[in-house]
Design a protein around this ligand. Structure first.
Ligand code: SF4
Ligand code: SF4
Length: 430
C-alpha cells in the first residue's frame, strides 16, 4: 500500500468548512479551488475511489502546493494536508516518473558530494567569468520569455569555495560543556558561507566542542518531488555520519533542513534514526534552550523585524526562541510585521518552478516588511533569504536581509574569536 492510500482516512474527515481558504497563500493569489487544501483533498478522494486518473493536470495541481502547513494549522479536523500532497507526489513519481532534470540532480548530484561541489564551481564560473554578464547584456534569455530572465536573476551568487572547505572540521576549547555537530545544509555550504561563519562565531562563544563532518543533502528536495527512495538513502548516510560523531546535539541553521532531519525517525523507522532525530535542534532553539546565550557587547542601533519560515514555525514549532534572541541584541529595536508567519513564496524550489506565482506571494511579504520601517529583516532559513533578498532587490528596497546568526554575530568584536578572548578555544582539522 502506498503512503497516499495509507492516509486515505483523512480524506473523509474534510467537512468542507473552507477554513483553509482564509490562510492558503496560493488560494489567496489565484482564487482557484483546486489549489486550496479542500480542493486537493476532493481530487485525491475521487482518485482513490477510482473516479479520477493521475493525469498531467492532477500532477500539476499537486505540485502547486508550498507545503507551508498554514492549512494544517487552521484545519478544525487536523488533516495533515502536506503529508497527503507528498503522498500524492510519491504515487505520481512511482507511476509516471519524475522529470529528466530532477532525476539527474537527485541521482547524480545530491548523492555525490564531489559532483555537487563541481556543479557549484561551474555555477561560480558562470557568474564570475563573464558568461553571466554576457547573457544578461545580450538579453538572449528574453527569447525564452520574461519569466526565464527573472528566474536567472533569482539565483544568488555562488561561493568561490564551499563553506565546509573554509573551516576546520573540529573546533574545541579548554572546558567544553557540550559536544555538538553543525549540519550546514547545501545553501549555507555553497551559497551563503557568511551564514556558516556567523553560526560558528556565535557557537564558539558558548564553550562548545564543534564538529562539522562531511555530510549530505538532507533529502527534502527529493522528498518534495516524490522521490522517497533518494530521500531515504541520503537520510541513512547522514544518520550514520552524525551518530558516529557521538555528539550531544546536531545544530542546523536551515529551517527546511531541520524539519527534514527531525523527520528521519518516521522516514527510516530505525532506532538510530530516532536517536539522531531527537538530537536535532534549530540554531535558535539550541541557543535559547540548551545553553545560556550570551550576546556580545557591540550595540546594533537599528530596527529589525522577523520572518517566520514555515518549516521552522509550523514544521518545528520554533517561533519564540528567535524572537527571544533578537531581543537580547544590545541597542536593537524590534517590531513585528503583519502576518510574520505567512509563506514568503520560496518553498524550496517552488519559486524556481512557479516564479510568477511565488513573486506575487513574495510581494505581499515585502509590503509587510516595508510597513515596519525596519532596517533588518531577520530570519532562519537560507531558502527564505534567497527569495526575500531577490524580492526586496526588485523593489530597490534598502532593507538588509540577515540570517539570525549573522545578526547575533555582529554583537561580538572581530578580535573576539573565542580562542583570542581568554576561553582557550582552538581548532584542528580532522
Ligand atoms: S479547513 Fe480542513 S476541514 Fe475545512 S475545508 Fe479545509 S481541509 Fe477541509
Ligand atoms: S500547504 Fe500551504 S500552499 Fe499547500 S494547500 Fe496548504 S496552505 Fe495551501
Amino acid at each position: 500500500m502506498d503512503n497516499l492510500a495509507r492516509a486515505a482516512d483523512y480524506l473523509n474527515r474534510c467537512s468542507k468548512c473552507g477554513g483553509c481558504q482564509a490562510v492558503c497563500p496560493l488560494y489567496q493569489e489565484t482564487r482557484a479551488e483546486p489549489y486550496v487544501a479542500r480542493g486537493k483533498l476532493f481530487l485525491l478522494k475521487n482518485h482513490l475511489e477510482g473516479k479520477l486518473p493521475l493525469s498531467a493536470k492532477m500532477k500539476e495541481i499537486m505540485s502547486l502546493c508550498l507545503l507551508c502547513k498554514a492549512c494544517v494549522n487552521q484545519c478544525p479536523n487536523n488533516i495533515p494536508v502536506d503529508q497527503l500532497v507528498l503522498g500524492a507526489r510519491q504515487k505520481i513519481a512511482q507511476e509516471k516518473g519524475i522529470s529528466f532534470v530532477k532525476k539527474n540532480v537527485f541521482q547524480h548530484l545530491l548523492k555525490n558530494n564531489g559532483r555537487l561541489t563541481l556543479a557549484a564551481r561551474l555555477g561560480w564560473l558562470y557568474q564570475r567569468a563573464g558568461v553571466q554578464w554576457l547573457v544578461r547584456k545580450s538579453n538572449i534569455l528574453k527569447v525564452f520569455g520574461e519569466e526565464i530572465v527573472q528566474k536567472e536573476r533569482l539565483l544568488p551568487k555562488m561561493a568561490k569555495r564551499p563553506f565546509r572547505k573554509q573551516v576546520p572540521r573540529f573546533l574545541t576549547c579548554s572546558r567544553p560543556k557540550l559536544r555538538v555537530a553543525y549540519y550546514t545544509g547545501c545553501l549555507t555550504n555553497f551559497v551563503y558561507p557568511a551564514t556558516g561563519h556567523a553560526v560558528v562565531n556565535v557557537l564558539r562563544r558558548h564553550d562548545l566542542e564543534i564538529l562539522i563532518p562531511e555530510q549530505w543533502c538532507c533529502g527534502i528536495p527529493a522528498l518534495a518531488s516524490g522521490d522517497e527512495k533518494t530521500a531515504a538513502e541520503l537520510a541513512r548516510k547522514n544518520v550514520e555520519v552524525f551518530q558516529r560523531a557521538g555528539v550531544d546535539a546536531v545544530i542546523t541553521d536551515c529551517a527546511s533542513c531541520g524539519s527534514m532531519l527531525k523527520e528521519y525517525a518516521d522516514l527510516l523507522g530505525t532506532p538510530e534514526a530516532k536517536a539522531f532525530a531527537g538530537k536535532v535542534l534549530d540554531f535558535s532553539q539550541f541557543l535559547s534552550e540548551a545553553v545560556s546565550f550570551r550576546a556580545g557587547e557591540i550595540e546594533v542601533p537599528r530596527l529589525a523585524t522577523y520572518h517566520d519560515p514555515c518549516h521552522l514555525k509550523r514544521g518545528q514549532g520554533v517561533f519564540e526562541a528567535p524572537r527571544r534572541l533578537i531581543r537580547k541584541v544590545p541597542g536593537l529595536r524590534f517590531k513585528e510585521m503583519k502576518e510574520p508567519d505567512r509563506c514568503c513564496g520560496a518553498a524550496g524550489s517552488f519559486n524556481l518552478t512557479y516564479y510568477n506565482l511565488a513573486a506575487k506571494i513574495g510581494r505581499r511579504k515585502v509590503q509587510n516588511i516595508r510597513e515596519t520601517g525596519a532596517d533588518f529583516l531577520v530570519t532562519g532559513c537560507p531558502s527564505c533569504i534567497m527569495q526575500l533578498r531577490h524580492m526586496l532587490e526588485l523593489e530597490n528596497s534598502p532593507v538588509q536581509v540577515l540570517h539570525l546568526a549573522e545578526l547575533l554575530s555582529m554583537t561580538y568584536s572581530s578580535q573576539g574569536q573565542a580562542n583570542e578572548s581568554g576561553r582557550g578555544c582552538s581548532h584542528a582539522v580532522s
